[in-house]
Write a protein of this length. Structure first.
Ligand code: NDP
Length: 306
């Protein structure tokens, strides 16, 4: 049986390591502060934001949610970000994506002060990542490196294949793996013979957004699989097919009306991988943990220069 890389366990360890740092900052004057801007009423975004606020409360991090309406203009949102940039008590600013179509998302992300950019999306911080200079790293990619390291999975000298080239996951995780001295290949929808490339991987990161797309033919024996995909299945026949008629999954579907699956086939990964992150309970929990870590680090840096 492969080793299960338990994201909930790593998240709890990271949170426990952050607690004394939060307490030390609070004792110096004030706890770290995170502002989350959630435009409109996208249900998935509302759940993400609620989880972020709850985790802040658990750690003693001050958090503030701003919920401007769907109709907000780029200028109005720029003004909100500008106010947060100027606030002494706010160390981290997160603008929840996606933004409504009339808002220029790139301008908004560029307006966040790089020192408070706890998502690591500002071009300055992307530059810091590429140059391997200090600065906040995008949360999901940073969480992936954390889980590999904490499970003592060697990265240096290994062949890593990343499927997906988004600015949020694929590109930054490829860069982080490179800095850890892996030999990295980035794949995407135009990559010919994807299965053959994936089979070369000793570490395979799937950040695609396609339910159970990577089946046995994409996996070499003993590969470490990091499955970033979070795909919601709302078709019972699909659940039955992908989970091989698992009574547990079908019961879960009957109760909730949907079931989560990653980008990697959940049965094939158990048969072929040496280690893997499950969905749910793998990469997902680490993303929020790394957001908290970035917020605390930002507060420490700002406290040191004040
Ligand atoms: P994007 O849609 O931005 O990027 C998907 C990437 O997958 C693209 O580069 C695309 O290629 C590639 N791709 C799509 N289809 C194929 C294919 N058939 N063959 C090869 N490559 C393909 O997604 P994100 O990076 O934002 O997210 C990826 C997944 O990770 C999603 O399921 C998302 O929900 C999940 N996610 C989970 C997080 C977590 O905390 N657990 C955090 C962030 C994301 P191309 O560029 O050529 O179009």
């Amino acid at each position: 049986m492969p080793q299960i890389l338990d994201g909930n366990r790593v998240r709890d360890d990271i949170k426990n390591e952050l607690r004394p740092r939060v307490a030390a900052l609070a004792a110096q004057g004030r706890p770290p502060g995170l502002a989350v801007v959630l435009v409109g009423h996208d249900p998935a975004s509302q759940i993400y934001v609620r989880n972020k606020v709850k985790t802040c409360q658990d750690l003693g991090i001050y958090s503030e949610s701003l919920t401007p309406p769907d109709s907000i203009s780029t200028g109005e949102l720029l003004a909100i970000v500008g106010q947060l940039n100027a606030r002494h008590d706010i160390d981290g600013i997160l603008v929840q994506l996606p933004l409504p179509p009339q808002v220029d998302a790139k301008r908004i992300l560029m307006a966040v002060a790089p020192a408070k950019d706890v998502d690591g999306f500002h071009p300055c911080n992307v530059g810091n990542l590429v140059a391997n200079l200090p600065g906040p790293r995008a949360c999901t990619p940073a969480g992936i490196i954390e889980i590999l390291k904490r499970y003592h999975i060697p990265i240096a000298g290994k062949r890593a294949v990343v499927v997906g080239r988004s600015d949020i996951v694929g590109k930054p995780v490829a860069m982080l793996l490179l800095h850890e001295h892996a030999t990295v290949t980035i794949c995407h929808s135009k990559t010919p013979d994807l299965a053959a490339v994936c089979r070369e991987a000793e570490i395979l990161v799937a950040a695609i957004g396609r339910a159970a797309m990577l089946t046995a033919e994409f996996l070499s024996n003993g590969v470490t699989v990091i499955d970033v995909g979070t795909n919601r299945l709302d078709d019972r026949a699909e659940v039955a097919r992908i989970f091989r008629n698992s009574a547990e999954k079908l019961a879960s579907f009957d109760k909730r009306g949907n079931v989560l699956v990653g980008d990697v086939d959940p049965q094939d990964v158990v048969e072929k991988a040496g280690a893997y992150t499950p969905v749910p309970g793998g990469v997902g929990p680490l993303t929020i943990a790394m957001l908290m870590a970035n917020t605390v680090a930002s507060a420490e840096r700002r406290a040191a220069v004040c």
